[in-house]
Design a protein around this ligand. Structure first.
Ligand code: GCU
Length: 341
């Protein structure tokens, strides 16, 4: 009888422990938005900016809808603030399959597929609306479908706004940049562009820019207003001159082998959501831009209007030289330019 009693106690303890462990596992698999999803495949995604960024918000909504539409089979876990490495590092992680997704600038992809180079050129798009019309159309579909051999697929392009130069003085003409070391993204096109604009190009990862300016390694950077505010670059570079030279897209990429584990229905859902959240990201971008400028101005930054023509003129040879290298790129570039109003 005593033996029977101790056996029942052992069984009861084992059952309680089992329940506790399985609840714990469920919590660990859940996220803030989708809890209790022990069976969902977690898609790890790298992002180099903060949770306040429109791209983070768009991708969180994408994840929620993906979870819903696949009946809880997939969800995306976005790691912000370069937690999974710089864009260059996270791109390599997607290529080798150690993570599934990342948001990377076009410059990163351009380094492994030259067909993307024309999208890194200055003055391709005239406005956010022009860019939106291009991104929601099918003009870039063939280009995006062409990277699978390299281990990744491009799902869509997100806007990253319009980039301008910021430093410790107003930049109103190319001569003002003489001798000024300005950080650019790590691509040959970005280097050539900044040099054509009159400055000295210094390529580096985004996460290093604030300290490099603070320590006078460089005199400034070039970026959109949201990133300028989000990363508090106005604290070290208070003059933001509207050279509006670059509207380079960010690309949502996914490891090809992983993507090919999805059935056709799921792939179709992913493609549909990619289009939907491309539009949504533009909307979020437009909602946030004034707030970002205000934050910078309130902290002492000055925004300067600039006559962009001399900068455009200086960049023209680079544009002509780049697009003349490939008939296909030239055709897409001209189609895009034709859509400018
Ligand atoms: C923008 C862009 C990023 C890029 C960054 C940079 O913020 O959205 O993708 O990494 O500029 O200048 O490196």
């Amino acid at each position: 009888m005593r033996k029977f009693k101790s056996l029942s106690i052992i069984i009861a303890i084992t059952m309680v422990m089992f329940l506790l462990v399985s609840c714990g596992n469920k919590e660990a698999a859940g996220t803030d938005t989708n809890t209790g999803t022990a069976d969902a495949k977690v898609i790890k995604m790298a992002f180099n900016q903060s949770e306040n960024h429109p791209q983070y918000k768009a991708m969180s909504e994408f994840s929620d809808e993906l979870f819903e539409k696949t009946n809880g089979a997939y969800k995306i876990e976005i790691s912000p603030n370069e937690l999974l490495g710089s864009q260059k590092e996270s791109f390599e992680s997607v290529q080798n399959g150690s993570i599934e997704m990342a948001l990377v600038a076009n410059t990163i992809v351009e380094n492994v597929d030259q067909n993307f180079t024309f999208l890194s050129l200055p003055y391709v798009f005239d406005s956010i609306d022009h860019q939106k019309e291009v991104f929601v159309s099918d003009i870039l579909t063939d280009l995006f479908n062409g990277t699978e051999q390299k281990g990744f697929n491009v799902l869509t392009a997100f806007t990253a706004g319009t980039r301008s130069i910021y430093t410790d003085k107003p930049i109103e003409k190319p001569e003002d940049l003489k001798g000024y070391k300005i950080r650019v993204m790590e691509s040959p096109t970005s280097i050539k562009m900044l040099e054509a604009m009159g400055g000295v190009a210094t390529p580096m990862a985004q996460g290093e820019v604030y300290t490099a300016i603070q320590q006078n390694v460089i005199e400034g950077g070039e970026n959109n207003e949201i990133t300028y505010a989000d990363l508090k670059h106005y604290e070290v570079s208070p003059y933001y001159s509207n050279t509006k030279h670059l509207m380079i897209p960010d690309l949502v990429i996914i490891n090809s082998d992983f993507f090919n584990t999805m059935d056709d229905e799921t792939k179709a859902i992913v493609h549909e959501l990619s289009k939907k959240y491309t539009e949504r990201e533009f909307e979020l971008w437009n909602e946030q831009i004034e707030g970002a400028k205000k934050e910078a101005v309130d902290a002492g930054a000055t925004f300067i209007d600039v006559d962009i023509k001399p900068f455009q003129e200086n960049c023209k040879p680079l544009i002509d030289e780049t697009i003349s290298k490939s008939e296909e790129s030239k055709a897409i570039y001209e189609e895009i330019r034709g859509m400018a109003k």
